[in-house]
Design a protein around this ligand. Structure first.
Ligand SMILES: Nc1nc2c(ncn2[C@@H]2O[C@H](COP(=O)(O)OP(=O)(O)OP(=O)(O)O)[C@@H](O)[C@H]2O)c(=O)[nH]1
Ligand SMILES: [Mg+2]
Length: 455
């Protein structure tokens, strides 16, 4: 009985009976319904049903044929945007997204046009999106706009030197070394003023005194009367103190960088900036959220992963950081990653557990890669000046530090702290942070640094 009813229904459906077809669909026989409906594309009512089914089943190419060859009015703009996108008609898809007018659709339209190699049109749509986007989304859109403008040569990319100059502005304005050396007579007052300014720039009392002593001797040796003759000597003296700390990040087939540093020193931000640079160079980057102390720390790294296009290994807040690193190393062993960047927590008030935790992380890395980490990088905040020396000593107790990242040189007038940090710690400074922007992390070039600080 049941069998007879079914086949009768199907028979009716095959004759184009709308009710029977709808009943088939209701019973889940969608493929059969599609087969039948495809014979009735000329009938407007059945065509609509067929289009709905195609959309439900994700048969976008067939839906595309239907709107292109039979009836464009079958689909809304939103549906058309999706269909065109799926079949690779990027410009048409962008047109439909643009009609929708909300910030997300406009942004999508811009991105599609960029993919379709229509940069001018892409810029126009991204700018429209920017106007209506909520504040917390603007930064991402602006970043995309900047990238397109840079590639079109519409904006000059700020050079490293320009960024360094801006970054050192505060220190420079506070101390104005050049003025001291501008044709003054060489006397005790001059040396006192210089020492004061060096201390103000956070060069540290001991080093400042040594520098002034050297200048005194030079003035006597050369029997100098005015200060301008001393300026080059001063510059070279500073240069000789910091040039031994120049260094760059070591690279291997798979480079594993472990980041250490106290809360707020700039670890996560630096990781983000490095990841961004590496992914733009075509490297495959894995970020590891081994700072599991706060959920916000994990989320912050996640944002950087999205922004830079890097992958992320994370676990829940409070997980043993070594377990996160273990999972990351398993993933790294599967291969494919050129760089693995590990973020850690730096709670100094729990010194002993901190040291244990960091060593445990290192040991997990070595179970998988006996020669690693490629670099153990200590992130120091230049605004706390010489206090960072004390922090560094504690981290050195835990692990061998292979490099320093000195952040926030732009944040205060304490740019001179780089001199005692270099002298006392004797660890290469591999990168310096000169601003909050994504490209404000750069190699430390002693000559440029001195030139910009003292010019
Ligand atoms: N001006 C300036 N700000 C920076 C620089 N590097 C980092 N920052 C800022 O410093 C703050 C702290 O940076 P984070 O990267 O969160 O520091 P963290 O070491 O990961 O801190 P925790 O996760 O709390 O341990 C953020 O607001 C950053 O934007 C820099 O070079 N210049
Ligand atoms: Mg952090």
């Amino acid at each position: 009985m049941l069998f007879w009813k079914k086949s009768k229904e199907e028979k009716l459906a095959e004759e184009g009976n709308k009710e029977a077809i709808l009943s088939l669909i209701e019973k889940g026989k969608k493929e059969r319904a599609i087969e039948i409906l495809e014979r009735f594309k000329d009938r407007e009512d059945l065509r609509r049903i067929l289009f709905r089914l195609y959309m439900e089943e994700g048969k976008y190419y067939y839906a595309y044929q239907l709107i292109e060859h039979y009836d464009p009015s079958l689909a809304t703009s939103k549906e058309k945007a999706l269909i065109y996108e799926r079949v690779g008609e990027l410009e048409k898809s962008a047109q439909e997204y643009a009609k929708l007018g909300d910030w997300e659709s406009l942004r999508k339209a811009g991105e599609l046009l960029w993919q379709a190699k229509k940069p001018q049109e892409a810029l126009e749509l991204l700018n429209r999106s920017l106007k209506v986007a909520p504040p917390f989304k603007r930064e991402e859109i602006e970043e995309h706009i900047r990238k397109i403008k840079e590639e079109l040569g519409l904006v000059q990319k700020e050079s490293l030197l320009e960024r360094l100059r801006k970054g050192l502005q505060k220190t420079k304005e506070a101390v104005e070394f050049k003025i001291i050396f501008a044709g003054r007579s060489i006397d005790e007052e001059l040396f006192e003023e210089l020492e004061e300014k060096l201390i103000k720039a956070d060069v540290g009392a001991k080093t400042s005194l040594q520098i002034v002593e050297e200048l005194r001797k030079e003035a006597i040796r050369k029997n100098l009367k005015t200060s301008d003759k001393l300026f080059d000597y001063f510059k070279n003296l500073i240069l000789s103190q910091i040039s031994k700390c120049e260094g760059s990040l070591k690279e291997k087939d798979t480079s594993i960088y472990l980041f250490l540093g106290v809360n707020g020193s700039g670890k996560t931000t630096s990781i983000g900036k490095i990841a961004y640079k590496l992914t733009r160079e075509g490297k495959k980057v894995l970020l590891v959220a081994a700072d599991t102390f706060r959920a916000a720390a994990i989320e912050q790294l996640e944002v950087w992963a999205k922004r830079s296009g890097a992958h992320l290994v994370k676990k829940e807040e409070g997980t043993d950081p070594a377990a996160v690193v273990y999972a990351a190393m398993e993933k790294a062993k599967e291969g494919g990653y050129t760089h693995i960047l590990i973020d850690t927590a730096g709670r100094l008030h729990t010194k002993e557990p901190l040291i244990r935790e960091l060593r445990k992380i290192r040991d997990v890395i070595r179970r998988f890669f006996p020669e690693e980490p490629t670099e153990t990088l200590l992130v120091l905040d230049a605004t706390i000046g010489q206090n960072s020396l004390q922090q560094a000593r504690i981290f050195k107790e835990a692990l061998d530090i292979t490099g320093i990242i000195l952040t926030k040189l732009d944040g205060s007038a304490k740019g001179g702290a780089i001199i005692p940090i270099c002298k006392e710690l004797n660890i290469p400074i591999k990168l310096i942070g000169v601003g909050e922007g994504i490209e404000d992390l750069q190699p430390f070039v002693a000559k440029d640094f001195v030139e910009e600080l003292l010019s």
